[in-house]
Design a protein around this ligand. Structure first.
Ligand SMILES: NC(=O)c1ccc[n+]([C@@H]2O[C@H](COP(=O)([O-])OP(=O)(O)OC[C@H]3O[C@@H](n4cnc5c(N)ncnc54)[C@H](OP(=O)(O)O)[C@@H]3O)[C@@H](O)[C@H]2O)c1
Length: 241
């Protein structure tokens, strides 16, 4: 049976790879991003519906939710990334505040708004799931970005208890270094890349396919008893014991 799958931030990287995976199943996939051109191109590439929606804008998120129909099977909160902000000419603290607002908006509030907007539409069968993308940076000294994603994981665990009784799972996938994304905005150096690969146990970068496979699994029948968790996909760069 075709499912309806909403993927925020589906225009590139992990979200786009996940969109392709669900679309290959014949699911109705809806992807979002902030720019008309990239949304349209990505939707065409993976056979999804594209909606221009800035996930930090409540009115745009409400409109997105209204266009989905009455039910939603899977929500993937993939929108996020390093904070984009303009340094203030007024004071250092205003610049710090702008960075933190940007980090929290992009990585925490996009997920909170999207999930709240669709919560009543989420259905248990065949495998209802909310999956949010976190980061290995939350386990380390991750600054505003890592802190925002840590809050995402804490919020997600609490939400699991709220939507769990209706049969919908709720998890975070904390990613290590994942290649083939726009995350680093072309600023990844060879030295940094080598370091990130070296700290994995399998000596390779993560691929968007690694993430898409884990997302797909969490939205499958085999993952019905996995909820309230942070699942780490990082090649061993961070271990939980
Ligand atoms: N790549 C990594 O190594 C890595 C590691 C840990 C965690 N992550 C997380 O993985 C998720 C996916 O990132 P990625 O690596 O696939 O990078 P990416 O290629 O830059 O994808 C980010 C996606 O989020 C969208 N987006 C950003 N801000 C948005 C907003 N306010 N509203 C709606 N869409 C928004 C982007 O589209 P537009 O810019 O066009 O709006 C894009 O589709 C992010 O949450 C990121 O923090 C990535």
């Amino acid at each position: 049976m075709a499912r309806t799958v909403l993927i925020t931030g589906g225009t590139s990287g992990i979200g786009l790879a996940a969109a392709k995976r669900f679309a290959a199943d014949g699911d109705r996939v809806v992807i979002t991003g902030r720019h008309e051109e990239t949304v349209r191109a990505a939707a065409r590439e993976c056979g999804a519906e594209g909606v221009v929606c800035d996930g930090t804008d409540p009115a745009q998120v409400e409109e997105l939710a209204a266009g989905l129909g009455d039910t939603l099977d899977v929500l993937v909160n993939s929108a996020g990334g390093l904070p984009e902000f303009t340094a203030s000419s007024h004071s250092h603290l205003e610049t710090v505040l702008a960075e933190w607002h940007a980090a929290l908006g992009k990585n925490l509030l996009t997920a909170v708004l999207a999930t709240t907007a669709v919560k009543e539409k989420l259905v248990a069968a065949p495998a209802g799931a909310v999956i949010s993308i976190g980061t290995i940076g939350s386990e380390r000294s991750g600054g505003s970005y890592g802190a925002a994603k840590a809050a995402l994981a804490t919020w997600s665990a609490a939400l699991s208890a709220v939507i769990g009784p209706k049969g919908v799972t709720c998890n975070v996938i904390a990613a290590g270094f994942i290649d083939e994304t726009n995350f680093f905005h072309g600023r990844m150096t060879d030295a940094r890349r080598s370091h990130l690969v070296e700290e994995t146990h399998n000596k390779r970068p993560g691929a968007v396919g690694d993430m898409a496979s884990t997302i797909h699994f969490l939205a499958s029948d085999g993952a019905r008893h996995i909820t309230g968790q942070t699942i780490h996909v990082n090649g061993g760069a961070h271990t939980t014991r």
